[in-house]
Design a protein around this ligand. Structure first.
Ligand code: MN
Length: 313
């Protein structure tokens, strides 16, 4: 495995957000392997790099966590992004080079800001055996903070808001007047929508772009069927969205101001230029102080060469 983001995930052409487009555009996630777990990678994909500042979305499981198989991702570096971990089932322990060690369970949020550099691992707790199901997301940091210090936050409880046929848990940002306490460096929102049978209308911000990732069940909106394994991009220019769920469904709502900068993503790094990524790759390969040390029993994940280094001269 060459790491989370490789050439298969990146759009053939780099495009910044365009004018208001109010269409439900459903794309298929790519199946990828992270550690020994199969994931559905909704973002980035060949057609889309960001939704607001959200730049990565892996939906993993439901799968079984056993002694031999499960979420066991050894120490690896990040820069220029925030990792957002959200579980629907199971428990995972986060360790990082800031010294954090934090178990996360469903309904809780782990938010790590990489800035100039941090390293972390995501591991099974060793005592939990059962279903693991969740999302690993990244938020691209803006230039104002992306070279800054690393940080880690755990939120044991999050704001919830009741909507018609729906309970929304707000991971980050604001929805229907409720605001998450989680740090955000750009104007974006992430919310888990727990839908009962029937119609639900959620309020949106007109200048945000949005997307839906269904994690359980399925919803229909504007004639489009959205299921696990899809990214439903909603565009901008909406004040609300109505969807219908046939039974119980879980949907992640992602949104935000279209990201104003061109991001370059490779492996576990979010940058602007190849030079920045080359420098980070060398720093990790050299085990420099930049990314620090993670007190993990798992072996560190080694980096290989980006596609631009593999092309013949
Ligand atoms: Mn990571």
């Amino acid at each position: 495995m060459s790491g989370p983001v490789d050439a298969r995930d990146m759009p053939a052409r780099e495009e910044l957000a365009t004018a208001e487009v109010r269409v439900v555009d459903v794309s298929e996630s790519r199946l990828a392997e992270v550690g020994s777990v199969e994931v559905r990678r909704a973002l980035p994909n060949r057609r889309r790099r960001t939704v607001g500042a959200w730049c990565f979305c892996d939906h993993f499981g439901p799968t079984r966590q056993t002694h031999e198989h499960g979420i066991d991702i050894g120490p690896h570096p990040h820069m220029g992004l925030q990792t957002v971990t959200w579980l629907l089932a199971g428990e995972v322990v986060h360790r990082d080079s800031l010294g954090s060690e934090q178990i996360i369970r469903p309904g809780q949020l782990n938010l790590m800001t990489a800035g100039h550099g941090v390293a972390h691992s995501e591991e099974g707790t060793g005592r939990y055996h059962g279903t693991v199901h969740g999302l690993q997301l990244w938020v691209a940091q803006p230039s104002a903070t992306r070279q800054g210090p690393a940080a880690f936050e755990h939120h044991g409880e999050l704001e919830k808001v009741d909507l018609e046929n729906c309970e929304a848990t707000i991971l980050v940002g604001e929805l229907a007047g409720s605001i998450s306490g989680a740090r955000r460096d750009t104007d974006h929102i992430g919310a888990d929508l727990s839908l009962r049978q029937g119609h639900t209308t959620i309020p949106l911000v007109r200048v945000f772009e949005y997307a839906l990732v269904v994690t359980e069940g399925g919803v229909t909106t504007e004639g489009k069927d959205v299921r696990p394994g899809h990214l439903a991009h909603l565009g901008t220019g909406r004040d609300e969205l109505t969807m219908r769920s046939d039974g119980g469904s879980r949907v992640l709502l992602l949104g935000g101001t279209p990201f104003p900068e061109r991001v370059l993503m490779w492996w576990n790094f979010v940058a602007r230029t190849r030079d920045e990524i080359d420098a980070a790759r060398e720093d990790w390969a050299d085990d420099s102080d930049r990314f620090g040390h993670v007190a993990s029993p798992l072996p560190r994940i080694e980096v290989d060469s980006p596609w631009w280094a593999l092309k013949s001269p």
